[in-house]
Design a protein around this ligand. Structure first.
Ligand SMILES: NC(=O)c1ccc[n+]([C@@H]2O[C@H](COP(=O)([O-])OP(=O)(O)OC[C@H]3O[C@@H](n4cnc5c(N)ncnc54)[C@H](O)[C@@H]3O)[C@@H](O)[C@H]2O)c1
Length: 349
């Protein structure tokens, strides 16, 4: 296991340990004191500050890469080449070329590489997906996916707001989750063009802080902030479908987490936790259906790792984020950033 970051400290290790046949053997962090703390709390036998040493000595079957984004590629490749399957935190990589290279290494070593975009395992998305699979929507021709935080810039002044370490801000941090939810429900069609705009209007003023991660500097101090805090985009797909995309870490707007699906026979508004509505027309009458999903609301990250482990155990019913899906998500993210930089629509190869 690599990386003792917040994501690990906030309870994911017990989730791994709760899975039968899973033993969490080691925790690694360049900040050894942090790794030691996590290991002591969770009863993990080995602590390392050098992940290559851990790979050589522990020889893990599975590695979780949960470090700042810029390290995802090299750590995942080293782990795959050392014979481990890898669950890499999101975003998988900072460029499509890097993500493709990672997947090639995984394939060449007959290892599984997947990514931690777990929001498709939330109850509302599962409910909507069940209706996708039953043909409720007809042809899904459009979607809109939104994750607006009003005040939620994580780790101000830390790696999160440093472009060299994070590669991007709201887009790579939470936008990738919003994107996966929509693409998953749309059946991951092949994207052909992407148009995007990015802004940094709050973080650059030390405003809009909060959310995930501790701020490394007081909000009154001007910390490094050279990533986006709001990104909007538009994607066209080969099958004629389209996607509107909106994400912010901070903005003068209500907090919103919603994916809308537009189909020829039905539509959906898919929220967070237990909010999902389906729309259709029955006998000439517009109707709204509210599936009762309260009982199935659980932890989506837990479901992601349970599926990953079952997949590795050969369970044909287990579902992971596939290489194709992971690559498409990175391709769109890269296209959005490129389009924002050039002011032009980007055609994807
Ligand atoms: N799937 C999710 O919902 C979710 C949620 C939060 C974070 N994340 C992802 O998890 C990753 C980590 O985020 P976080 O919030 O835990 O960050 P964090 O800053 O709390 O932790 C990152 C850790 O990585 C360590 N680190 C840095 N460089 C290292 C290196 N070279 N070798 C070993 N360790 C190193 C740091 O010392 C730190 O302890 C990011 O990619 C983030 O996008 C995913």
């Amino acid at each position: 296991m690599i990386g003792a970051g917040t994501i690990v400290q906030l309870g994911h290790i017990p989730r791994f340990k709760a899975i039968p046949n899973v033993e969490v053997a080691a925790v690694v962090d360049v900040n050894e004191a942090r790794a030691r703390l996590v290991a002591e709390e969770a009863g993990i036998p080995h602590v390392y500050s050098d992940y290559k040493q851990m790979l050589a000595e522990v020889k893990p079957n599975v590695v979780v890469v949960a470090t700042p984004n810029v390290f995802h590629k090299s750590m995942s490749i080293d782990a795959l080449q050392a014979g481990a399957h890898v669950l890499c935190e999101k975003p998988l990589a900072l460029s499509y070329a890097d993500a493709a290279e990672m997947m090639e290494v995984a394939a060449a070593n007959h290892r599984v590489l997947t990514v931690g975009t777990h929001y498709r395992w939330t109850a509302p998305v599962r409910a909507a997906k069940a209706h996708v699979d039953q043909g409720f929507f007809g042809e899904i021709y459009a979607a809109r996916t939104v994750w607006h935080r009003r005040s939620g810039i994580p780790g101000y002044g830390s790696w999160f707001t440093n472009k060299d370490l994070a590669g991007g801000g709201a887009l790579l941090d939470i936008g990738i989750h919003a994107l996966d939810r929509a693409l998953y429900l749309m059946g991951y069609p092949k994207p052909v063009t992407v148009s995007g705009v990015t802004y940094a209007k709050f973080g650059t003023r030390g405003m809009g802080l909060g959310g995930w991660g501790a701020d490394r500097q007081p909000s009154t101090t001007q910390a490094r902030f050279d990533v986006d805090d709001l990104t909007w985009g538009f994607v066209r797909f080969e099958n004629g479908a389209s996607l509107q995309f909106q994400v912010s870490w901070a903005a003068h707007t209500p907090t919103q987490f919603q994916t809308e699906i537009f189909g020829t026979d039905g539509g959906a508004s898919v929220g967070d936790k237990d909010q999902v509505e389906l729309y259709t027309n029955l006998g000439g009458q517009d109707v709204v259906i509210r599936p009762d999903i309260a009982a199935s609301v659980g932890n989506s990250y837990e479901r992601l790792i349970q599926n990953f482990v079952r997949y590795l155990d050969g369970d044909p019913t287990a579902e992971i984020i596939t290489p194709r899906e992971a690559l498409i998500a990175v391709q769109i993210i890269e296209g959005l950033l490129k389009s924002a930089e050039t002011g032009q629509e980007v055609r994807l190869g």
